[in-house]
Design a protein around this ligand. Structure first.
Ligand SMILES: *[C@@H]1O[C@H](CO)[C@@H](O)[C@H](O)[C@H]1NC(C)=O
Ligand SMILES: *[C@@H]1O[C@H](CO)[C@@H](O)[C@H](O)[C@H]1NC(C)=O
Length: 375
């Protein structure tokens, strides 16, 4: 059965070979015949937005959905609710950790939850009010409550002590904030832009973020991965607003204080939260590297969505049954807002075993192998 349950790593292998660089090749190698590698951690719990949502909005009354063709065109099994042609970055990270595909909270029952759950929801933000234009979405606060539910169920089934130990060894991936800008601060019908300057808004967000992450810590989480914000001024949706199709330096600058604040929050956590370890993935830096060296990575189309309509194929995002581009592996962007599977895989691998220029103070592989103290 299941010869090709996963294909994320196979694709990137082809890409690395094509790029001819030979650098960053994972010594472990891809799946063979659907057999997984050794599990490095018991589970991964995932919190975030549409960059990593894998189906939690499918049954919500929401305008933020991707459970229709051509989303998932390169995913085994077709559309799932992932905002990508194939895998997301956390799919790749789960695979590298030796875990199976992590199910969405909305579909996680029975044994399927044993390796973790994905609570991410498209249009969700750190602030509850973020993403309201899309109606249904699960804000970070609610995602944390959902995790609490999972914990209660697991304790009933397995016993509190075993659950506590497993949670402490598990990976908590948290990638929030994009929508607090795109679907709040930059949205015409929100007042935040008038109330806060860039620094004040970043302070507000990270104050709230700090409390939310502390709640996860108090629930037993110890190994945290925080994803920073990418170069949001360079996504097709923003490019399409400029007659020359240029990145918005204004928007790239707007989110800088947020990333800086996350880094100092992380440093404080690492100094002050006993037994916990946080790492930061510099998504913006990875993105700049991919844009600057696109040819070497095998990308030839860097400024337009593979699926979408209008200028930069970014004015209207990918619609149901729309025909996407054929050469998807040569595109950086899948739709107006989201990268292709090829980019997701590349970034997942760099975050997994890259050096401190993009993930620090250590990479995911090192975090997974870390022995933390428990009481
Ligand atoms: C750790 O917490 C203490 C007390 O809350 C605070 O004074 C100190 O500045 C914190 N350390 C760091 C590195 O943030
Ligand atoms: C990280 O790796 C890149 C190439 O992959 C290299 O250019 C850079 O100097 C390295 N940085 C550090 C801090 O080791």
């Amino acid at each position: 059965m299941a010869i090709f349950t996963r294909a994320c790593s196979l694709l990137v292998f082809a890409m690395v070979l094509r790029a001819g660089s030979g650098q960053n090749v994972d010594p472990i190698g891809p799946d063979d015949g659907g057999r997984r590698r050794r599990e490095m951690v018991p589970a991964m719990f995932i919190f975030g937005d549409s960059l990593i949502d894998n189906g939690n909005n499918n049954n919500l009354a929401s305008l933020a959905k991707a459970n229709y063709f051509p989303y998932g065109i390169d995913f085994n099994g077709g559309p799932t609710g992932r905002f990508s042609n194939g895998c997301t970055m956390v799919d790749e990270i789960a695979e590298l950790l030796g875990l199976p595909l992590i199910p969405p909270y909305s579909e996680a029952y029975g044994d399927a939850v044993l390796h973790g759950i994905n609570y991410a929801s498209a249009a969700a933000g750190i602030l509850d009010i973020t993403g309201r234009n899309f109606v249904g979405r699960i804000p970070f606060n609610q995602q944390i409550w959902n995790f609490q539910n999972t914990l209660d169920e697991m304790r009933d089934n397995v016993g509190a002590r075993d659950v506590g130990r497993a949670i402490g060894k598990s990976i908590f991936f948290v990638g929030m904030g994009s929508n607090d800008y795109l679907n709040n601060y930059l949205m015409f019908n929100y007042p935040t832009r008038l109330q806060y300057n860039a620094q004040q808004y970043a302070d507000l967000l990270v104050q709230q973020y700090t409390q939310q992450l502390k709640t996860l810590y108090n629930l037993g989480a110890r190994k945290f991965i925080l994803g920073g914000l990418g170069e949001m001024g360079c996504i097709p949706s923003i490019l399409a607003r400029s007659p020359a199709g240029l990145c918005s330096e204004e928007i790239n600058k707007l989110v800088l204080p947020f990333n800086e604040n996350i880094k100092s929050m992380m440093n404080k956590f690492n100094a002050n939260l006993t037994g916990a370890r946080f790492i930061y993935i510099d998504i913006a830096r990875m993105f700049r590297d991919i844009l600057a060296n696109s040819q070497a990575y095998g990308f030839s189309i860097v400024d337009r969505g593979c699926c979408g309509i209008g200028r930069n194929r970014g004015q209207v995002t990918c619609l149901p049954l729309e025909t996407p581009c054929l050469n998807r592996e040569q595109y950086i962007f899948w739709d107006a807002f989201h990268p292709t599977e090829a980019v997701n895989i590349l970034m997942g691998r760099k975050a997994f075993n890259g050096n401190t220029s993009i993930v620090y103070p250590m990479n995911i592989e090192q975090l997974a192998n870390l022995e933390l103290e428990f009481d």
